[in-house]
Design a protein around this ligand. Structure first.
Ligand SMILES: Nc1nc2c(ncn2[C@@H]2O[C@H](COP(=O)(O)OP(=O)(O)OP(=O)(O)O)[C@@H](O)[C@H]2O)c(=O)[nH]1
Ligand SMILES: [Mg+2]
Length: 324
């Protein structure tokens, strides 16, 4: 693979909705960081004086009216930016440091990945393995403007944005990386808006994330990945098929009835009339041994062929992808 060109210039973009009480803490850090060409605040129809809170800082202030959601506000900020790189930050975090920003931006500047996500520490993350199953939805992240422009507009909507970015960085970009940082926290919706309104907003956020993930899986998985998943399923299916074939052949060797009695001994001792075992015994007693041999060999041979075919497909798909 060709080495990635070094990317230049970083714009910090902060989407804010009613963050007058919290955005100052974030701007104190962003506006004193020496690696940003510009800090842009996109005020998305706030009604709490967010604009006045921002006016004390050397930032570019853009206002949208009325409120249109986080993804759209981020889009307005990115389209304003004239740099190759963007650093996003939520407006409600506490504990962000220059060192964290530097560590987040550096891998994207030097081309190690196309997006780097700064994950806030949560207690459950101590189980490192868990991170595989946790969606990386943190608002603090560095990425290329190119990646942003590659992402279809339907994902630049409200809280669909982070799921969309992650997916496109992995499947249509230079990959994503993340790190969990300690010492950074945020104000949750329930504290900002009151319990019930906060909960309603949280449910809407989940809805956005889930609908985006669903749509991404249905419409945006690249054809080669889709084909690879299909091949993996065929491999799983054919291995099960071969096991069934072996099971049937094993039955003919020992004698079908005594084979079933040995395999299901536990079930039969618990309930001599276990319906499923009774059914199998009935089938076994009515099928002759040569027929069982033909079925067993047939299952083994057919599934062996499926298995080999799927394996070859998987292998050739892998090669196509590497060459591309
Ligand atoms: N522009 C814009 N920004 C928004 C909107 N809603 C939230 N934000 C901003 O997006 C950031 C994250 O929003 P939060 O509501 O805190 O979402 P979260 O941090 O994922 O979820 P919580 O766990 O509740 O904090 C904050 O900086 C908000 O100000 C919106 O409608 N428009
Ligand atoms: Mg928050």
């Amino acid at each position: 693979m060709d080495p990635q060109p070094t990317r230049s210039g970083v714009t910090a973009v902060v989407a804010a909705y009613n963050e007058a009480a919290r955005i100052g803490v974030v701007l104190d850090v962003l506006t004193t960081y020496d690696g940003f060409d510009e800090v842009v605040v996109v005020d998305d129809g706030s009604t709490d004086g967010t604009g006045e809170a921002v006016s004390a800082y050397p930032v570019t202030y853009l206002r949208i009216e009325p409120n249109q959601g986080k993804g759209h506000a981020m889009d307005v900020g990115v389209l304003h930016a004239s740099t190759d790189l963007i650093f996003f930050s939520d407006a409600d975090i506490v504990g962000l440091t220059h060192e964290m920003i530097r560590e987040t931006v550096r891998p994207v500047i030097d081309g190690t990945c196309e997006m780097f996500i700064l994950m806030r520490n949560r207690n459950i993350y101590y189980l490192h393995m868990l991170m595989t199953f946790i969606p990386l939805l943190g608002g603090e992240r560095a990425l290329t403007k190119d990646l942003w422009l590659r992402l279809p507009d339907r994902y630049k909507d409200r809280f669909r944005i982070e799921a969309g970015l992650n997916f496109y960085a992995i499947y249509y970009g230079g990959g994503l990386k993340y790190r969990v940082f300690k010492g950074i926290s945020q104000t949750v919706k329930e504290a900002k808006f009151g319990f019930w309104e906060g909960m309603v907003r949280r449910v809407k956020m989940f809805r956005d994330v889930i609908s985006a993930a669903w749509e991404l899986q249905r419409h945006d998985v690249p054809a080669t990945v889709e084909a690879r998943r299909g091949a993996v399923w065929r491999i799983v299916g054919s291995v099960i098929g071969m096991f069934v074939g072996l099971f049937v052949l094993g039955a003919t060797l020992v004698g079908p009835i005594s084979f079933l009695q040995a395999v299901f001994a536990e079930e039969l001792s618990a309930d001599p009339n276990a319906p499923f075992v009774r059914f199998l015994l009935l089938v076994a007693s009515s099928v002759s041994t040569p027929v069982l041999v033909v079925i067993g060999v047939g299952l083994l041979a057919l599934n062996g062929l499926f298995f080999a075919g799927a394996l070859i497909r998987l292998f050739t798909l892998g090669r196509t992808r590497e060459a591309a």
